[in-house]
Design a protein around this ligand. Structure first.
Ligand SMILES: Cc1cc2nc3c(=O)[nH]c(=O)nc-3n(C[C@H](O)[C@H](O)[C@H](O)COP(=O)(O)O)c2cc1C
Length: 383
C-alpha cells in the first residue's frame, strides 16, 4: 500500500505536469500578469477619420482577461504619421477622449493595455498628408508600389522628403506628446512601433537610411533616432511603462539590414540604459513577410540574453511552440496576432486545448464595425 510520504511527491509531479507554461503568472515590472498570452498590435482600419470608434470597446473588451496584457493597434503620433485609411491617432484631444471608454472597458475586465504609437514615415502618400505634402522619412528614396493584404490591389506611395537634421527633434517630440496623451487616455503604457519598415525602422536599417549626418552611417548613428524617442518618452512617462517593438530580421517595405544580429544586439544593449525600459518585443525572422514561416529556432536568443527587461516574442506562434518558448526561457511572454484576432477567448482555448476559429484575411482591414471584427465566436457559442 502506498504511504502518504510517497504519495505527496507524485501528486506534486502530476500537478506540475498539468501546468501550462503560457498560463502561468508573470510579473512584468509593476504589472501582475495572470498569463503570458499577449494580444499583439493589430491594425484594423475601423477608426473613421483617425478617431477611435465606440465599436472598438466591444472588440478590445472581448479580448481582455483579468491580468491579461493587450497591445493596441498602431496609433498615429501626429498628422504626418498616417499612411492607411481609418487608422487611429492619439495627437488630438478628440482622439484622446475617444480612446478613454475603450481603455476603460479593458480595465473593467482586469486587462493591462498599452498603446502602440506609430509613424509610418515614407509608407504613405500625399493624400494622407497635411496640405498634400510629401511624406517624411530618413531618406528621399521612394518605395515601390506594394501589394495589399488582399493580394490584388497595389498601394502607391509618394516619394518621401528626407528630414533635415534640425527637424528630427520635432518628430521625437511628437512621440513624446503621443505617449503623454496615451497616459492621459488611461493606457497603462506605450509600445513604440520600431518595426515593419515604418519611420523608426527607416532610420535603423541600412537598406533605407542613406543619411550623412549623425543619424546615418554607423550602427550607433542609425539607432540614434529610435533611442532618442525611447529616452524622451521614458523621461515623460517613466521607463517602467515603455516598451518597443523591433523586427530586425524583416524586410517589409524594403527595409532590410545587412547585419540584423549586430543591430539587434546593439539595440538590446542600448535599451538597458534610460532607467531600463519595461520590455523589448521582437518579431521572429520566420515572419520575414506575413504568412511565410521559416524554421529559425532561437534566432532571438542573443537579444533575449542581452536585454535586462521583459522579453516578448511574436510571429507565427501557436499553443505548442508558445509553451516551449516559455519553458525554455526563450521569452517571458508570447504575442499572438492573427490567432487573437480570430479567437477573442484565445487564453481559454489554449487552456482547454480547444479548436481555434480560422481567421479570415479578407476582413482584416474592411471598415465594417462588426464583420471580421467582433463577430468571431467564443468557445461557448461554437460548442
Ligand atoms: C491584420 C493585421 C494587422 C497588423 N497590424 C499591426 C500593427 O498595427 N502593428 C504591428 O506592430 N504589427 C501589426 N501586425 C503584425 C502582428 O502584430 C504580428 O506580429 C503578426 O501577425 C505575426 O504574428 P502572428 O503569426 O501571431 O499573427 C499586424 C498583423 C495583421 C495580420
Amino acid at each position: 500500500m502506498e504511504n502518504r510520504a510517497d504519495a505527496e511527491p507524485q501528486q506534486e509531479q502530476a500537478e506540475k505536469k498539468n501546468v501550462i507554461p503560457l498560463l502561468t503568472p508573470y510579473k512584468m515590472g509593476s504589472f501582475n500578469l495572470s498569463h503570458r498570452i499577449v494580444m499583439g498590435p493589430l491594425t484594423r482600419q475601423r477608426s473613421y477619420n483617425n478617431v477611435p470608434q465606440p465599436h472598438a470597446i466591444l472588440y478590445y473588451s472581448q479580448r481582455s482577461t483579468k491580468g491579461g496584457f493587450l497591445i493596441s493597434e498602431a496609433t498615429g503620433v501626429s498628422d504626418t504619421a498616417q499612411g492607411f485609411t481609418h487608422t487611429p491617432g492619439i495627437w488630438t484631444k478628440e482622439q484622446v477622449e475617444a480612446w478613454k471608454p475603450i481603455v476603460d472597458a479593458v480595465h473593467a475586465k482586469g486587462g493591462i493595455f498599452f498603446c502602440q504609437i506609430w509613424h509610418v514615415g515614407r509608407v504613405s502618400n500625399q493624400d494622407f498628408q497635411p496640405n498634400g505634402q510629401a511624406p517624411i522619412s530618413s531618406t528621399d528614396k521612394p518605395l515601390k508600389p506594394q501589394l495589399r493584404a488582399n493580394g490584388i490591389d497595389l498601394d502607391q506611395f509618394t516619394p518621401p522628403r528626407q528630414l533635415s537634421t534640425d527637424e528630427i527633434p520635432q518628430i521625437v517630440n511628437d512621440f513624446r506628446l503621443a505617449a503623454r496623451n496615451a497616459i492621459e487616455a488611461g493606457f497603462d503604457g506605450v509600445e513604440i512601433h520600431g518595426a515593419h519598415g515604418y519611420l523608426i525602422d527607416q532610420f535603423i536599417k541600412d537598406q533605407v537610411n542613406d543619411r550623412t549626418d549623425q543619424y546615418g552611417g554607423s550602427l550607433e548613428n542609425r539607432c540614434r533616432f529610435a533611442l532618442e524617442i525611447v529616452e524622451a518618452i521614458s523621461n515623460e512617462i517613466g521607463a517602467h511603462r515603455v516598451g518597443i517593438r523591433l523586427s530586425i530580421f524583416a524586410d517589409y517595405m524594403e527595409s532590410g539590414d545587412s547585419n540584423p544580429k549586430a543591430l539587434g544586439l546593439y539595440m538590446a544593449e542600448s535599451l538597458n540604459k534610460y532607467g531600463g525600459i519595461l520590455y523589448c518585443h521582437m518579431v521572429e525572422p520566420r515572419m520575414k513577410t506575413l504568412g511565410e514561416k521559416f524554421d529559425t529556432h532561437n534566432s532571438l536568443l542573443p537579444m533575449r540574453k542581452a536585454f535586462n527587461g521583459t522579453f516578448l516574442v511574436a510571429g507565427g506562434y501557436g499553443n505548442e511552440d508558445g509553451n516551449i518558448a516559455v519553458v525554455e526561457g526563450y521569452a517571458d511572454l508570447v504575442v499572438y496576432g492573427r490567432l487573437f484576432l480570430a479567437n477573442p477567448d484565445l487564453p481559454k482555448r489554449f487552456e482547454l486545448d480547444a479548436p481555434l476559429n480560422k481567421y479570415n484575411r479578407d476582413t482584416f482591414y474592411i471598415p465594417d464595425p462588426v464583420i471580421g471584427y467582433t463577430d468571431y465566436p467564443f468557445l461557448e457559442a461554437t460548442s
